[in-house]
Ligand binder design. Structure first.
Ligand code: GLN
Length: 389
């Protein structure tokens, strides 16, 4: 039989998605794959019901339905502080997952280098492999998850084509400050690189932190490919609606990559989502306070149990220190946790380039009752999981 592609040889399946399957198998409270168990805004669902009987069942324009792009351009112009052209500067994609992949394929050739901060969201590794690029990992040092400007410049000296910036950051919850972004911007300029952002948690940021759009930094619009999605902002991860915002020159090519990858995002869902894109500022304030409440509730519960953890500045993930249990494999720990404690988590090693086996990731995008149930189960963690030392 012929061999399969070399490109896929180093591939594993997604550990995040695998942990969801393991959680389901053991009936665990699934705090692994980050998605909500509460309903999207009622207005979106009502509109979706209407749309199902309207004329939106065939392909929309490949780079996104006009109505959707106009609503998105209006919202993002307000937030990003510049007028975004709905016709020339947006491509609507199947989730930010496709947006990131299309962005990578738009700017890199096989053999090009791409800077990725570690820890990183696992798709970036796969994105670089699929596009034939080579990642250069730059560590974010705990507990602040700050980068060393010298280390970053050393990576830029290798002449990367692009840097991938996840802000607010999955899994470490970091919200990059303006000064940190400025350091990245200056290096991107000096070494003439693109910056591909993943800003899907742009609206999930905790006081006093503020989200700064990388594209809004002086001079950065021209070299930034901003990727984001509606998944987290409107609690519709299954709708798979994402987008790229970038200058026309880049979008012209991204449109073609996207067209040949997927043709387009689901037309009825784009139409229904316009309702969300037109929400006023109050919606985003409410979303922020809802997640702040969940974060505080969950962190307090973990503190009561006495588990050391990160405190997210943004996004909805927490890294827990499990070193006291003495497991050599965090993957094995997560399986035991799902089976014996009944809580699903993601092994930290799937996010780190470095050899890290003492962290697991939990998320708190769940109903308060689900979070309380998870905390009740975690209370007995030391009785249920025996130490391996
Ligand atoms: N971004 C979410 C996570 O990190 C969901 C990932 C996915 O499965 N698309 O868990």
């Amino acid at each position: 039989m012929p061999t399969l592609s070399k490109r896929t040889e180093g591939f594993t399946d997604s550990v995040i998605r695998r942990m969801t399957r393991i959680s389901n198998q053991y009936g665990a409270v699934n705090l692994s794959q980050g998605f909500p168990d509460f309903e999207p805004p009622r207005e979106l669902l009502d509109r979706l019901a209407e749309v199902s009987r309207e004329d939106f069942h065939q392909y929309s324009i490949t780079w996104g339905a006009q109505n959707f792009r106009e609503a998105l351009a209006e919202k993002q112009s307000r937030l990003m502080g510049r007028t975004i052209d709905p016709n020339g500067e947006i491509v609507v994609t199947c989730g930010s997952t496709e947006a990131m992949m299309a962005a990578m394929m738009t700017v890199t050739d096989p053999g090009d280098k791409v800077i990725v901060f570690s820890p990183f969201y696992e798709n970036y590794g796969a994105d670089t492999i699929l596009s034939g690029a080579e990642p250069i990992y730059v560590p974010l040092h705990p507990p602040e998850f700050s980068f060393d400007p010298e280390e970053l410049e050393a990576a830029f000296r290798q002449k990367p084509k692009a840097l991938i910036l996840c802000n607010p950051s999955n899994p470490c919850g970091k919200v990059f400050t303006y000064d940190e972004l400025k350091i990245i911007a200056d290096l991107a300029e000096k070494y003439d690189s693109f910056v591909i952002t993943d800003e899907v948690y742009e609206h999930i940021v905790y006081e006093p932190y503020k989200h700064v759009y990388f594209a809004s930094l002086p001079g950065m619009w021209d070299r930034t490919i901003s990727c984001s999605s509606l998944s987290k902002t409107y609690s519709i991860t299954g709708w798979r609606l994402g987008y790229i915002i970038a200058p026309k020159r880049i979008i012209e090519t991204a449109k073609k990559v996207h067209d040949f990858l997927t043709v387009g995002a689901a037309a009825p869902l784009q139409e229904a989502a316009v309702t969300g894109l037109r929400f006023g500022d109050g919606y985003y304030k409410e979303l922020q306070s809802k997640y702040t409440e969940k974060r505080d509730l969950f962190l307090k519960g973990l503190d009561d149990i006495g588990i050391t953890h990160t405190v997210p500045q943004g996004a909805y993930y927490i890294l827990l220190d499990i070193s006291e249990f003495g497991f050599e494999s965090d993957l094995e720990f997560c399986e035991v946790l799902a089976r014996d404690v009944g809580v699903g988590a993601v092994p930290g090693s799937s996010f780190f380039r470095e050899d890290v086996n003492y962290l697991i990731r939990l998320h708190f995008a769940k109903k308060n009752e689900t979070l309380y149930e998870a905390l009740n189960r975690l209370e007995h963690i030391r009785k249920k999981i025996s130490k391996r030392i």
